[in-house]
Ligand binder design. Structure first.
Ligand SMILES: [Zn+2]
Length: 311
């Protein structure tokens, strides 16, 4: 089995300013740890291409795609940063990073569907799961996972795909895009209440939202997942699974107050992989979302990748 690892140096060029937790060093921390621990040799490293605008328009309105790409292009040529919301800042390097992040997700989807690799991880930024059909927010510009899921359905002809989101924040953008698209089942956990303060009531029957109280730890989260995600995933029989892999529910991450550790990320990945093996020929595309304590992020990504790569 082979696991592809999609990334690109351009993803480090998106810079939201000194002290911002969603920083370029996140990708360096992941790379360094994977090399130091020998996980890197099990991965097939691939360069993330730029996304096609037509793929972005599968998940976003064509007006938003044009408006945001124009704005990022202007910021790139003027050299003047522009805040889209108080936490989401376009910098001169953002255009290429944003296009590579979504491009990685789409290319990974094609590689997995073509059977050249069994599964793939996209070590990219900016993240995507807060980006709605019509707007950027919460460090996110385009919704990488939703774009890739729609590419699998609309371009590659799959009939059922699942999205699993274990970031500490609710994936409101993904929900906004795929709620009531019955070709998609989205299962998620997230701390509640916490930014963006949504998700308590699911927006569609294809959403399995598990709001979790602050300070909840791994064993309780696992029990909730077993009781709520697994029966729905089994019944849905996804032909491919997309993962919004945020690692900010880690005990050491200051952006949330959940108590997950590396072993919990390993366990969740094993559950996802078991469903993929039973129903989807093992097909998984996982995309980095949050995770802001650099050391915990790197260790958690390694735990996730060890399961994906079977090492
Ligand atoms: Zn997050």
């Amino acid at each position: 089995m082979t696991t592809a690892f999609y990334s690109h140096p351009d993803c480090r060029r998106h810079d939201m300013g000194r002290g911002h937790p969603e920083c370029p060093q996140r990708l360096d921390a992941i790379d360094d740890y994977l090399l130091a621990k020998g996980v890197d040799i099990a991965l097939d490293r691939r360069e993330a291409p730029l996304v096609a605008l037509s793929d972005l328009a599968l998940a976003h309105s064509s007006g938003y795609v044009a408006e945001l790409s124009d704005l990022l292009d202007q910021v790139s040529s003027s050299g003047q940063p522009c805040a889209l919301d108080p936490d989401t800042i376009a910098s001169p390097g953002s255009l290429v990073a944003v296009m590579r992040a979504a491009g990685a997700a789409v290319a990974a989807t094609d590689a997995v569907l073509d059977g050249t690799v069994e599964n793939a991880f996209c070590s990219v930024r900016p993240p995507g799961h807060h980006a709605t059909r019509e707007s950027a927010m919460g460090f996110c510009f385009f919704n990488n996972v939703a774009v890739a899921a729609r590419h699998a359905l609309d371009v590659r002809g799959l009939e059922r795909v699942a999205i699993v989101d274990f970031d500490v924040h609710h994936g409101n953008g993904t929900e906004d895009i795929i709620a009531n698209d019955e070709r998609v089942l989205m299962v998620s956990i997230f701390q509640h209440p916490l930014y963006p303060y949504s998700g308590g009531v699911p927006k569609g029957t294809n959403m399995v939202n598990l709001p979790i109280a602050p300070y909840t730890r791994g064993p309780e989260v696992r029990a909730l997942i077993e009781a709520n995600w697994m029966p729905r995933l089994e019944a849905f029989r996804p032909q491919m699974i997309f993962v919004s892999a945020g690692f900010d529910a880690h005990r050491d991450d200051d952006l949330g107050q959940l108590g997950l550790v590396e072993a919990d990320y390993q366990w969740m990945t094993e559950q996802i992989k078991a469903v993929a093996d039973r129903h989807a020929n093992g097909r998984i595309v996982s995309c980095l979302e949050g995770g802001y304590n650099l050391r915990a992020l790197a260790r958690s990504v390694a735990a996730h990748l060890r399961v994906l790569a079977g090492v």
